[in-house]
Each structure stands twice: as structure tokens, then as C-alpha cells.
Design a protein around this ligand. Structure first.
Ligand SMILES: [Zn+2]
Length: 138
């Protein structure tokens, strides 16, 4: 097993659990990786690299646990705001290739910048929107 999050979920290695559920779990990132106090990671219990590969069950479990954590942060920490951050796939700066949502509690004036201060340099050909729409599967 080479996925660090799967190792944690299997009880190998040490972490601080916030919640364990049937299909998703929440834990604290390493101290040096925390964007705020109580910054929490929510992951599906089954290995899935990112949003492109996730089952509907995993996605549902992860977002519902993120909501539960956000509500608990408001109730117990007075954090009325929250940022949900995630990255999937090459070029996205995904750090661990196991789908995860960062649940970052926010307080007025806490000093954290919410949005990136740069924008992509990538240019797309005319017609990209028609191609995107045609590629949607639903
Ligand atoms: Zn994994």
C-alpha cells in the first residue's frame, strides 16, 4: 500500500481523527500544513485518486461529512464561515493522490487569503465552450 491516506485509514501511521464514518473520515493535517486552527481534511474511505474517478457514493459521503464538520466548527469554535478547497489531477497542485477536501474554518479578520492572487496563463481555442458542453455526460 503506497497511498499515505489509505495507510492512515488502515490504522498505519499516526494522525488525529476528527470523525470516522462508514464511507468517509476526517482528520487533522500535519501541523506545518494547516491553514488555520482546526483545518480538517475529509476523505473517502475507499481509495480514489480525485474527483474524476470518484463514485457517487464517495462524493456524497465526503461532501456530507464536510458539511457536518463545517457545522460543528460553527457550533463549537464560532467559525461562521468555511472554505472548502480541493485539487484533483496533474497541474492542480494536488499533494496526495487520494481525493480530499480541506475544510478550513474562517473567522472575520483572521488574515487568511481566500482566493489565489494569480490567474492561469492558459489560452483556449475558440469553440471551447461548445466542446465542453458536448463532453458533459449527464
Ligand atoms: Zn488512498
Amino acid at each position: 500500500m503506497t497511498c499515505v491516506f489509505c495507510e492512515l485509514l488502515a490504522g498505519e501511521g499516526r494522525t488525529t481523527w476528527v470523525a470516522r464514518r462508514d464511507a468517509a473520515s476526517a482528520f487533522l493535517p500535519l501541523p506545518e500544513s494547516r491553514l488555520s486552527p482546526a483545518h480538517t481534511l475529509v476523505v473517502p474511505n475507499e481509495h480514489v485518486a480525485g474527483i474524476h474517478d470518484a463514485s457517487a457514493e464517495s462524493l456524497q459521503a465526503v461532501i456530507l461529512l464536510a458539511q457536518e464538520v463545517a457545522r460543528a466548527m460553527e457550533a463549537s469554535l464560532g467559525a461562521r464561515g468555511v472554505n472548502i478547497l480541493s485539487a484533483s489531477g496533474p497541474g492542480s497542485d494536488q499533494s496526495v493522490p487520494h481525493l480530499h477536501l480541506h475544510v478550513v474554518p474562517r473567522w472575520e479578520g483572521d488574515g487568511l487569503d481566500t482566493w489565489p492572487s494569480t490567474a492561469s496563463h492558459r489560452l483556449l481555442e475558440d469553440g471551447w465552450l461548445d466542446g465542453l458542453r458536448a463532453s458533459l455526460t449527464a
